[in-house]
Design a protein around this ligand. Sequence first.
Ligand code: AMP
Ligand code: MG
Length: 408
Amino acid sequence: MPEITDGMIAVEDALKNVLAGVKQLGTEDISVADAQNRVLAADVISRLTQPPVAVSAMDGYAVRAEDVASVPATLTQIGESAAGSGFDGKIEAGQTTRIFTGAPVPEGADAIVIQEDTETAGDQITMIEAAPAGKYIRPAGLDFKTGDTLLSAGTRLNSRNIALAAAMNVPWIKVYRRPRVAILSTGDELVLPGEPVGPDQIISSNSIGMAAFVTANGGVPINLGIAKDDPDSLKEMLNSLSGADMLVTIGGASVGDHDLVKSVLGEEGLDITFSRVAMRPGKPLIFGQISGIPMLGLPGNPVSAGVTAALFLRPAINKMMGLGDSSHRTETAILGRDLDSNDKRQDYLRSTLDIDANGALTAIPFDRQDSSMLARFAQAQCLVVRVPFAEPISAGERVEIIKLDGSF
Ligand code: AMP
Ligand code: MG
């Protein structure tokens, strides 16, 4: 592949640099109830055996298997065992107890005959079906035992994991801290939704969208507001940076007269790792370190900001919050339209994604790929990836895609 020039860095190299420039954060102990999407910093070890004793899996009668080896067999009911209040006595030959799901199996019993297979007449219960030893009994520890390690460090917790930790009687768990991501938009033209909008102003959609993106990916957004396109305004807003784990600026990253991020943050000590990436959308993309924290300078166009956030901010957040491998899961799809050859920038084409009855995916790039077109971006279901200098490609061939899932 020809070398990429113009001081642009390849996407993979940019990602390596970003990942090398962010650190895994410290840990905190939180209530298991608050742990959705958090990443475990330590293994979780069970403090209980579950079930704690042998219990019934069905509603029915607890019996000695040998008493019902030949049926019908009529036994005398001597009591009842319910979930949370077991039967105290012992079942002897010819005896049974009523039993319910989750109730302890009384001493002496070793099988359950389900209710549907019995006939009752007062305390005389006739078993119509036999039950071999162990039938419908959940032995103690069937699910797990005290001391079992059931969730390992590095796991991102979902509701099933959380239920399991709770069942293990683990009320507090150690997780990595959520990255606090400070978001600073720049531009004289920007106002927030609901504010008066002048004739040449637009809404700072990125301020809102990027905060949602950070939240969806497990971080805590800190909105620093909108800086004017003048050095003092930008510097002043940087004062609110303390406590953040990462700074994300939006806009002002390019080479225009009003693009101040590089120069002003440079004066404030920004140590730049790279400032141009061979990709489209998103060429003016800055990464560096300022005041001891990593800084990602996203381009202002909403689609550029969204795509670069997906490619670089998400892996950075993942690493900070303790997730190991944060590379994209790329898939392939059938291309739905012809595409021209590509130049030196890696393309991420906003596309729809059709799925046919056999599950085959067809990605159809929108005809116009302008990086300001937020409506199209919102409609897109995937990005078709085109490597630099790719040859022309026809509809029907396979292409690499990145699905735009719920956290974009
Ligand atoms: P810039 O990177 O500042 O040159 O901005 C590129 C384009 O993105 C311009 O059309 C800006 O108006 C637009 N833009 C910049 N920041 C935002 C933002 N926060 N929300 C929406 N559009 C933006
Ligand atoms: Mg601007």
